[in-house]
Structures are given as C-alpha cells and as structure tokens.
Design a protein around this ligand. Structure first.
Ligand code: NAP
Length: 288
C-alpha cells in the first residue's frame, strides 16, 4: 500500500522491484477487434494513458501496435504489456512466441511480459517443469534487455513458491482478477509482502459492476460514476487497475479518479460485495 500513497495523478507511476516505473492505470484490450482496438488505444493516449495491456491470446497485438503508432506517441513514452499464450510454455516455445509478439506489435522490446496462466491444460501433467523452463526464457530475455520487467498472471502463492525453486529472478508483477467482491487476500498479501506489484484485471467485473445497487448508492454519495468508484477502490487497495473501454468518453472518465478518496468504511463495504462480479477462476482447473 505504501506505493499507492505516491499515486495522486494520472502521470504517477508504481515502482517495480527492479526500479522500473509503471504508469498507474492501464487500458485493457481483451475482447476488442482490430479497428476498435486501434481507436481505443488512440483515444487512451489522448486521454493521458501511458500503459496498454494486451496478450498474444487476445489476437490484437498488431492492432495495439498500430494504435500506438497512430497516436503519435514516442515508443519510449508508452509502457506495453503482453502475455505468453498458454499453448507456448517451455523454453524454446517461449523465446519464439516472444519474437512473434514483438514483431506483431512492431517494437523491439517489451516493457512487461507476463506468463498468462500458471498451469495451462495442455501442460498440466508437467506443470511445474514447463513453467520453470518458461521462466528461464523470461529471465534470459530480461537479461538481454529485450523486456524491461517480467511477471506472471493468475499465479497463486503455491505457483510462485514452485517457480522460485528454480528461478533466479522473482516476478515483478502478478496480474489478478480483482474487483468489488473479489479481493483474493491470500495472494494479494503474499505479493505485497514480497514487493510484487499487483495489477487488477477485470477491475469493473467485465461490466457486471454497473448493475450492483450498492455501487449506485456509493456513486451518488461521492458524486462520481460507478466505474470511478470501482477504480478508485482498486488504487486505494494498492492495485494497478486495467479498465477496458472502447468508448472515448468512458476511457477519459476512467482516468478521473484522483479528486476524491473513499472512506475506510466504504472501502471495506466494496470489498465485501461478494459474488457481485462472479468469482476468480481457479488456475489449476480452468479448461484452457
Ligand atoms: P473491465 O475493464 O472489468 O470491464 C469492461 C466493461 O465495462 C466493458 O463492457 C466496457 O464497455 C465497460 N465500461 C468500461 N468503463 C466504463 C464506464 N466508465 N462506464 C460504463 N461502462 C464501462 O473488463 P475486462 O476486459 O474483463 O478487464 C480489463 C482488462 O484486464 C482486459 O481488457 C485485459 O487487458 C485484462 N484481463 C486480463 C486477464 C488475465 O488473465 N490476465 C483476464 C481478463 C482481463 P465499453 O467498452 O462499451 O465502454
């Protein structure tokens, strides 16, 4: 949480354990097609976003790259995250998948590369071994300065413990499903104690949050929108939120969360809205 105290405006950054600065809010791009992604990225850069989150599995890395170029921003001023697809775990496959990712994005380095899931179905019988080999490739790419920071997504404490049996570098980030009612305290505390930055994916519950009556009441109380209440909660929890929107006005609205603060009581109430945005997937039983 101490990292969060330094976040007071959109241009502020979280500092990763290796000193790399990561912009405090990112644009999510899951489930967005080619044209939509380009337009969303251009709008986001215009609204001041400096972090874009994509993944090989989203099929839109090339569109993200186009959007960044069309926005006119310098490559060095934008923070790009992508993720390794589940089917490409293993040392050689990871190195090859990484090269394809940066080629699609049209860049020569990534700011952050994540292992998308810890225990993909295809590798489940050799899960630990496959992840160890994958991470070895991540470490090599990091040392070669092709990636500025490396991390994981959907990893629980036992996945990180297993990874660290062979790893030389602790992941710098863990991207997790975190939104009202989904607080995953065990893994969040584990990461925050170890200095692993927690990113909140689906911070708006993939849209489910907008129907929750308690959130409507809080939005009226603070004279903010439900999305803004949600994203402010995320930041005050010490998470880096990754809201997705294809709409320029909502992309802008989702950045306007620095002019108010939620009380401790309301923070607690939001965290306790169990089930309102579904549940977090169990990475050891997902069917992908
Ligand atoms: P989300 O950000 O939780 O919610 C997006 C939904 O909320 C969309 O339907 C969007 O509609 C709507 N919305 C956004 N801002 C709004 C506002 N201010 N008012 C009203 N509606 C608003 O969705 P998500 O895509 O599940 O998660 C965000 C990002 O996290 C993803 O895009 C992806 O980058 C990442 N993610 C990562 C993983 C992982 O396994 N690591 C998994 C899922 C997601 P409009 O577009 O029409 O505005």
């Amino acid at each position: 949480m101490s990292n969060t105290c330094k976040i007071t405006r959109l241009t502020d950054c979280f500092e990763l354990s290796n000193g790399v600065k990561m912009p405090c809010i990112g644009l999510g791009t899951w489930q967005t097609d080619h044209e939509t992604t380009i337009n969303a990225v251009v709008s986001a850069v215009k609204s001041g976003y400096r972090l874009i989150d994509t993944a090989a599995a989203y099929g839109n890395e090339a569109s993200v790259g186009t959007g960044i170029r069309e926005s006119g921003i310098d490559r060095k001023d934008i923070f790009i995250t992508s993720k390794l697809r589940n089917a490409h775990h293993g040392y050689e496959s990871t190195l090859e998948a990484f090269e394809r990712t940066i080629a699609r994005l049209g860049v020569d380095y990534l700011d952050l590369y994540l292992i998308h899931w810890p225990n993909p179905l295809h590798y489940r019988s050799i899960g630990e071994k496959a992840t160890a080999a994958t991470w070895k490739a991540f470490e090599e790419l990091y040392r070669a300065k092709k990636i500025r920071a490396i991390g994981v997504s959907n990893f629980m404490p036992h996945h990180i413990d297993a990874l660290m049996k062979t790893a030389e570098i602790l992941p710098m980030v863990n991207q997790l499903k975190l939104c009202p009612g989904i607080t995953q305290p065990e893994i969040v505390n584990y990461c925050q104690k170890k200095g692993i930055l927690v990113e909140a994916y689906s911070p708006l519950g993939t849209g489910a949050i907008f129907e929750v009556p308690e959130m409507k009441t809080l939005a009226s109380k603070y004279h903010k929108s439900i999305g803004q209440i949600c994203l402010r909660w995320s930041l005050q929890m010490g998470f880096l939120p990754l809201p997705k929107s294809k709409n320029p006005a909502r992309i802008q609205e989702n950045t306007e969360i620095f002019d108010f603060e939620l009380s401790q009581e309301d923070m607690f109430a939001i965290g306790g809205l169990e089930g309102c945005c579904g549940t977090a997937p169990d990475p050891d039983t997902v069917n992908y």
